[in-house]
Design a protein around this ligand. Structure first.
Ligand code: ATP
Ligand code: MG
Length: 469
């Protein structure tokens, strides 16, 4: 293992000398701990730094912020923690503590502790590394639990028995799989065993916390790493059972369908390879979510999943509520699920302009994301098939561009507006006005008339009597 020159690395950080100065002045020990040290070893950049103070952490934090000329500091007296920003950095300061937990809450009783007690309560060995900011030992690494070796071996382990670690704070189960997914590290078997036994304890953790870790897994370079670990340890069944239920293959006569869970994992990874949009990744995760409920075996045809896109879209509202996902993203995810088969249908036969127009109008500004999802959905191992399918989407997109060019439909609305319909037909604002307007829009979408004012107006005159009878 290469020796890392922390002294040199820390010298580049402008806010370090002041920390050392204040520590000396008020006679406390200060260390940089946790994620920042881990990421320095891994050569990853990080702008969040955790300081561990042996002694009065809040006094240190307040004097330290003043020394750096910072006036805005958040102090959490109950937890003995403080936080402020310095340039692009988030500085977090905590006084050393020991914790004891009660069975039905992940909120610990916190009391003042020693350096050793504080390091022992940390979640994983790779997060227990500390670098000294004290005069005599500046830049020295304190590695109580062989965290450096574990980073080198790329493995997640707990400093103490994981049964205790997870029992105290079940969120750590999620954090284990999140770090494994973000860093592409292995998980020590004892962690999987403990996670499996204690997974139901995740129910005492707030949904927001759990989903926050889950979204970090989805944001990682290959989300399938974390999702599969969650699945095989039985944790997915507790936090997101609808995804765990996708697993399994049915075989009848000569027909079997592919394992929807493994297919889903691959689609999510495909998306992750080309987009950082976590909601597009989420849509990929749930696009086939209703396959188990819609599965039917049809003699001579095999397995079908008729209507899974519509049912899947309808399942989302409950899932968003249950998981405490942001409702602002609901419509986007619903839309992508609902439409994910539409482009394939359009690729199959000779496509009419009006079918393409309907796709453009339904997908709106998310059309590109929809096609990205469709392309990622191709997971066949048969290269000939893959290239044929990709060609199909290419054709659909070419059609889309042609039709869009023709009539700039993305912000489509009847060229004859409501007020004019009311005037011509002598109507008050009513349902009827909307019906007439929709009839005009339909005529344009079906290609009966062009998308312009003159033709729409003539059409209105020709249909109005049939509506007014
Ligand atoms: P990142 O910021 O990338 O999420 P991090 O390791 O900095 O990673 P934080 O959540 O910021 O993680 O926590 C900082 C440090 O505090 C961790 O490195 C770990 O030592 C400790 N820690 C955080 N949460 C827990 C927890 N639930 N249980 C035990 N230790 C924790
Ligand atoms: Mg952090």
């Amino acid at each position: 293992m290469n020796e890392i020159d922390f002294k040199n690395k820390l010298k580049g950080l402008l806010f370090i000398p002041a920390a050392m100065q204040i520590a000396k002045e008020i006679n406390v020990e200060v260390y940089i701990v946790g994620g920042f040290v881990r990421d320095m070893v891994l050569g990853r950049k990080k702008n969040e730094i955790d300081f561990l103070v042996i002694g009065n952490g809040l006094e240190f934090a307040s004097k330290y912020s003043i020394a750096l000329g910072i006036s805005k500091i958040d102090i959490f007296k109950n937890f003995g923690t403080a936080h402020f920003r310095y340039n692009d950095f988030n500085l977090e300061i905590v006084g050393a503590r020991k914790e004891s937990y009660s069975r039905n809450s992940r909120k610990p009783d916190v009391t003042v502790g020693s350096f050793e007690e504080d390091i022992e309560r940390r979640d994983f060995t790779i997060n227990t590394l500390a670098v000294s900011l004290n005069e005599e030992t500046f830049g020295c690494l304190i590695d109580t639990y062989s965290g450096l070796q574990d980073i080198h071996d790329r493995i997640i382990r707990t400093p103490i028995d994981p049964m205790l670690t997870f029992d105290d704070d079940p969120l750590r189960i999620m954090r284990a799989y999140r770090f494994a997914s973000q860093l592409d590290f292995k998980i020590h078997e004892s962690i999987n065993d403990a996670a499996n036994i204690l997974r139901e304890r995740l129910k005492i953790v707030s949904r927001e916390r759990v989903i926050d870790e889950f979204l970090k897994i989805l944001s990682s370079p290959a989300p399938s790493v974390g999702i599969k670990l969650l699945f095989y340890s039985g944790v997915l069944e507790v936090i997101f059972p609808e995804i765990a239920n996708l697993s399994g293959v049915d075989q009848r006569q000569d027909y079997h369908h592919k394992d929807v869970f493994l297919h889903t994992c691959q689609v999510v990874d495909n998306i992750a390879g080309i987009s950082n949009n976590v909601w597009l990744r989420f849509a990929a995760l749930v696009h086939d979510i209703a396959k188990p409920q819609t599965k039917k075996f049809i003699e001579g045809t095999g397995w079908t999943f008729h209507g899974h896109e519509e049912l899947g879209a309808r399942m989302m509202k409950n899932i968003f509520r249950k998981l405490k996902l942001p409702l602002t993203k609901l419509e986007y995810v619903e839309k992508l699920i609902r439409l994910h088969l539409r482009p394939i249908a359009l690729a199959k036969e000779e496509v009419t302009d009006s079918a393409i127009r309907r796709l453009i109008v339904s997908a709106g500004e998310d059309l590109e994301d929809l096609i990205t999802l469709c392309r990622a959905d191709i997971t066949s191992k048969n290269m000939e098939k893959v290239s044929k399918y990709l060609d199909n989407y290419e054709r659909v997109m070419k059609k889309v561009w042609e039709v869009e060019e023709k009539d700039k439909l993305r912000v489509f609305q009847s060229p004859v507006r409501g007020e004019e319909i009311m005037k011509l037909c002598n109507l008050k604002p009513s349902k009827k006005v909307g019906e007439i307007k929709s009839a005009i829009e339909d005529a344009i979408l079906d290609g009966k008339i062009g998308n312009n004012y003159e033709e729409a107006y003539q059409y209105l005159i020709s249909i109005k009597d049939s509506f007014l009878d």
